[in-house]
Design a protein around this ligand. Structure first.
Ligand SMILES: Cc1cc2nc3c(=O)[nH]c(=O)nc-3n(C[C@H](O)[C@H](O)[C@H](O)COP(=O)(O)OP(=O)(O)OC[C@H]3O[C@@H](n4cnc5c(N)ncnc54)[C@H](O)[C@@H]3O)c2cc1C
Length: 415
């Protein structure tokens, strides 16, 4: 039998991990592996958080995509135009067709700042910023250097967003940065969110809300941003409330990749790909799988989630090729280090059924959960090395499995 063709759309976190994991498991006689991405710049996105504070530089967190792929993987630097599910073909932006036996969608989420009235109008990248892109994070670094106090508002427009804790981390680090510069007392810090608390999950929300209060950061809840006046410095919500700002840091609306909308039967109305929460196969076709930010799954859009999914998805692609039954093993496992400033971080670990709880990870004597510690901060910093050298190449990390460990967690009644 000739080699089957696996086409992976997106050469970011998920696409790279899956390609390398499959290359390790399947020889060239079993599978041709193709990765398609529109550019050759792989950004370590968690590093964007540190750029505005001068703690990282953009050139330190970007590497060529093709160099992250193991030998024997074909990289196509071209956009995806659409998928024709009925013909099992990907149409590329250069007009050529790429047929597949198995398709993996890993095209992430796109930012849509233009969807909020006025957001990209006058003041954009002058007093209104986002750190969710490399140019935005760099422009914000320059603005923060000049900032000498006033009212600084951090806002996420709507869920879902990549890394739901990143806006909170940003406001905590801003508090630290302003202290370092001696202008914290001259600054009102505001965190405005569409959620009814600091975070999505009740126990974590309580802990993170208490931290905001401790640091003197005003929390504005159920604020659905609808309009930005970048000249007058006013952020308006759909219910008529307004927040004045001297500097606004926003996390824009997210949607799926536009080609998903151009591919009949692949996506939902937001451009995300409906995906089986346990197997990561899509209902679009038995030979189409999806992972990471591109899916509609009810877990965080996070690199950790993408990594855990990559393990199970790769296994299921191999099973599909062999005609074996898929494993329904993904449990929604997510974990995130949350920088809280002053060289500390806390860690949260959860899945579809269990919200973030106090305790330790991954065992009873591991990293502290939901508690600020220097160890967690060091873990967050070490993560970049682990990302490039272990996760992306598809290596196993001893003691870290794709499903959530229950050992070490304390349920709320005993917290
Ligand atoms: C500021 C910030 C901080 C973060 N911090 C953390 C953190 O601390 N911990 C954590 O776990 N996660 C974090 N994340 C989230 C994490 O980076 C993402 O969840 C993860 O990268 C998702 O992987 P993915 O493969 O789904 O998407 P991506 O890595 O974004 O890859 C998608 C790829 O698809 C390509 N693509 C899209 N459309 C097309 C097209 N039409 N044609 C060709 N190519 C296309 C893109 O170029 C991109 O390379 C953070 C994200 C941000 C923005």
């Amino acid at each position: 039998m000739s080699a089957r063709r696996i086409v992976i759309l997106g050469g970011g976190t998920g696409g790279t991990m899956v390609a390398n994991r499959l290359r390790r498991r399947l020889g060239p006689e079993d599978a041709e592996i193709h990765v398609v991405d529109r550019d050759d710049r792989h950004v370590y996105q968690p590093g964007l958080l540190f750029v505005p504070f001068g703690l990282a530089h953009v050139d330190e967190i970007v590497r060529p995509r093709r160099r992250q792929l193991l030998p024997g993987i074909v990289f196509h630097e071209v956009g995806v135009d659409a998928v024709a599910l009925d013909r099992e073909v990907v149409r590329l932006a250069d007009g050529s067709d790429l047929p597949y036996d198995v398709l993996v969608v890993a095209t992430g989420a796109r930012l849509q700042p233009e969807e909020t009235e006025g957001l990209t109008g006058p003041g954009w990248n002058e007093r209104v910023f986002t750190f969710y892109t490399a140019p935005g994070a760099e422009a914000l670094r320059r603005a923060l250097e000049w900032f000498d106090g006033g009212r600084l508002v951090v806002n996420l427009v709507d869920m879902p967003i990549k890394c739901p804790v990143a806006p909170l981390e940003f406001v905590f680090l801003t508090d630290w940065y302003l202290h370092e510069r001696g202008i914290r007392a001259d600054t009102e810090l505001v965190f405005a969110t569409p959620l009814d608390g600091a975070f999505t999950k009740p126990v974590a929300s309580e802990h993170l809300g208490a931290l905001l209060e401790e640091k003197g950061i005003e929390l504005v809840t159920e604020f659905n941003a609808g309009e930005v006046d970048g000249t007058g410095g006013v952020l308006g919500s759909f219910d008529g409330r307004t927040l004045d700002f001297d500097l606004l840091v926003t996390v824009p609306l997210h949607g799926g990749a536009p080609f998903v909308e151009r591919s009949p039967g692949l996506g939902d109305v937001l451009g995300f790909v409906p995906t089986d929460p346990r197997t990561l196969q899509t209902p679009a076709a038995a030979n189409v799988f999806a992972l990471g930010d591109a899916t509609d799954l009810p877990t965080s859009k996070a690199g950790s989630v993408t990594h855990f999914e990559a393990e199970i998805l790769s296994d299921n692609v191999v099973r599909h090729l062999r005609g074996d039954e898929l494993v329904a093993r993904y449990d929604g496992h997510a974990n995130c280090f949350v920088e809280t400033g002053f060289h500390k971080a806390l860690l949260i670990d959860f899945n579809y059924d269990t919200e973030p709880l106090p305790g330790h990870y991954p065992y009873a004597f591991g990293l502290p959960l939901l508690r600020e510690s220097r160890l967690n901060h060091l873990g967050k910093l070490a993560f970049q090395w682990i990302y490039w050298h272990a996760l992306l190449p598809g290596r196993e990390i001893p003691g870290i499995g794709p499903t959530m460990p229950a050992a070490g967690k304390r349920p709320p009644a005993h917290a």
